[in-house]
Design a protein. Sequence first.
Length: 357
Amino acid sequence: MFLTTGHVSADDNGYVGETLRLVPGQWGTYGVVSEFQADKVKEGVMYTKWLDGVTVDDSQFKKLTDKDGTEYWATPLLNGLGCYDINKDFNEDSDKCSGAVAANMFHYWFDRNRGNIDRFLKQFPEENGVIKVAGETIRLSEFLETYHSNDNGDVTYRDKSPFFDYISKNFRGPVWTDKLLDAWINGYGYNHKWGRNIEDASKNTSGINFFKKVFNEKLLTDVHQIFNHDTLSYWLRDGLYTGKAIGLSYGPAGLRHSLGHIISIWGADFDEQHRVVAIYVTDSDDKQLTVGESGPRIGLKRYRVFSDDQGRARLTAYAKDNTDGEAKDNAGGEVREVYTLDMGRQGWENYFNSQPQ
């Protein structure tokens, strides 16, 4: 398989995004949509929750077979659906999967805050969103949009990002998703050490930031350690229902401090107990995967979520082989953390209310 290695409760009833409920026997009656929805019902899926602004439809999913014979569901890489799939070129960016997820989160954040950002940039055009460092001027306006790969003359896929390009060029070695975002939003100087930033107005002193005057020391990122299926389900629902950009890290089971991988989450399937059954992800490592031998490149992939015999949450595409929901031979990566990026709505409101009218 291609797997590489102001708080609001998830139980709150305030919905964002789209929630699609499945009723056995009442799904579509034709072709691939019927098969996809029937598969989900067999797995006990009661509803699918998409992140706010994501407009993916079941009809866009295709059942594919990997080289090892494993079947899974995926969509072609499509633009304009509210989700992002920044891909690596595997040169200077080979170890930047966390940077790609940070870019996906940032572009989603840009989309959801487009009105606030436009208003912010118009306030002081030569000051807001402008960074001057070492004789270089960096403008937020140049980071807002993704662009086409242009691989072999093909300009179909917008899977490149000037933000990710900057990270790949200027940061050596693996990076931390949350710390990259904290640096560019709040002005916390980036460091490679393990551990999260702590909110402290005396610490966010870096001049390389775009939004410090809006959010100051208030962090919009969060990182949640995941040790079992229930905590994963809780934090995914929390992120999806409160409209936060989401990343998920995983790696070899039982080796939580070994090298792993991180992907972006745009939606999830849940059962009647609100436990996550599957997640819909984009992955910076799958640039070469296509729908069929010569079909379009892959965009979203659906990963099943299981509990292994130690109770750990695992990701895999294997089918269930028992009624306990355990993965076949305990296969797949162990989920480690859920990363989130809040949209900062209160911070924006406070900032604009404090400005002269």
